[in-house]
Design a protein around this ligand. Structure first.
Ligand code: ADP
Length: 169
């Protein structure tokens, strides 16, 4: 059984085994939560991402998949980088969005993580409407059979926190 919690704040400060990064396919940093994680975690994270791009992920990380690196200076032990889909009103990409959550949980379980914190993937620059992003996120975590005991959703603002609390119940 997985316990789901909602907290409001900055995911880089959360004390869990693994935090998830809403990265882009290039894995070499970006804006939003990605930028915040690299800034707070320091250059070790980027160095490992570059290493991955030079070896196993030469074409980048596809949307819906996940990969782990060190967390550098962050309180977490690992950063799990995943890529959400860019929102499209005409093309239903929700399976890929849900896969970003379940693939991250699978990577976390392989590492032996007991606690994982997620930002709301695709809900920023990638444009996913917040209410549906919340539904997909909570649904995906509930349906996954990762066995991770504790999952936190970290909302950056009060509106997102309240949507998440409404969905988690
Ligand atoms: P995406 O490209 O997947 O949309 P973004 O980083 O633009 O990713 O946004 C994803 C979500 O992360 C947004 O809801 C944004 O408000 C939130 N966010 C941005 N910075 C942080 C942070 N430091 N901690 C937690 N959430 C954050």
């Amino acid at each position: 059984m997985t316990t789901i919690e909602v907290v409001q704040g900055d995911i880089t400060t959360v004390e869990v085994d693994a935090i998830v990064n809403a990265a882009n396919s290039g894995l070499l940093g970006g804006g939003g939560v990605d930028g915040a994680i690299h800034r707070a975690g320091g250059p070790e994270i980027l160095a490992e991402c570059r290493q991955l791009r030079a070896t196993t992920l030469q074409d980048g990380l596809p949307a819906g998949q996940a990969v782990a690196t060190t967390a550098g200076r962050l309180p977490a032990r690992w950063v799990i980088h995943t890529v959400g889909p860019v929102y499209s009103a005409s093309d239903d990409r929700s399976a890929t969005l849900r896969s970003a959550y379940t693939a991250s949980l699978a990577v976390a379980a392989d590492l032996g993580a007991q606690s994982v914190a997620f930002p709301l993937i695709s809900s920023g620059v990638y444009g996913w409407p917040a209410d549906d992003a919340v539904r997909q996120a909570v649904g995906a975590v509930r349906e996954s059979d990762s066995g991770i005991p504790r999952v936190l959703f970290v909302a950056f603002d009060a509106r997102m926190a309240s949507l998440l609390r409404g969905e988690v119940g």
